[in-house]
Design a protein around this ligand. Structure first.
Ligand code: SF4
Length: 140
């Protein structure tokens, strides 16, 4: 079976900053066709759950409390890349709009709910290293 990386919160695991999940049935159903390698880059980078939300501001990841959590986000991204390479994944399905997992659209860093074009730290690293990345909205 071919393998894919998937954001854990899309699989129903309570790893989001609020301590909940955002289970997506279409994404979960991909397990019928692929072996799923679950990742949560924010937890994998050492951040607790629940945690303060964060957004990307001028290339740094800053929590709503003003803490620079870039190092944790980058550590989680490197872990995702290691898994992607180790398992030779076909592609990744990551949670939209997240500062880690967002693919193509993220929040603008003002904590006002405003979206801009861009990638989360993990999605961006995976793309830069040649992996195909998409989000749950493209899975039907
Ligand atoms: Fe973890 Fe990514 Fe889901 Fe955030 S969006 S909770 S980093 S898997």
């Amino acid at each position: 079976m071919k393998k894919i990386l998937v954001s854990k919160c899309l699989l129903g695991i309570n790893c989001r900053y609020k301590g909940d999940s955002c289970k997506n049935d279409a994404v979960c159903a991909l397990s019928e066709k692929y072996e799923i390698i679950p990742i949560c880059p924010e937890q994998d980078g050492g951040l607790p759950t629940p945690r303060d939300p964060a957004e990307i501001v001028n290339g740094r990841v800053i929590s709503s409390a003003g803490r620079d959590v870039t190092a944790e986000y980058e550590k989680g991204a490197r872990h995702a890349l290691e898994l992607a390479r180790e398992h030779n994944v076909e592609f990744a399905v990551l949670k939209s709009k997240s500062p880690s997992c967002g693919c193509g659209t993220i929040y603008d860093g003002t904590f006002s709910g405003t979206l801009i074009t861009g990638d989360g730290i993990t999605a961006g690293l995976l793309k830069a290293m040649g992996f195909k990345v998409t989000d749950e909205n493209s899975i039907k």
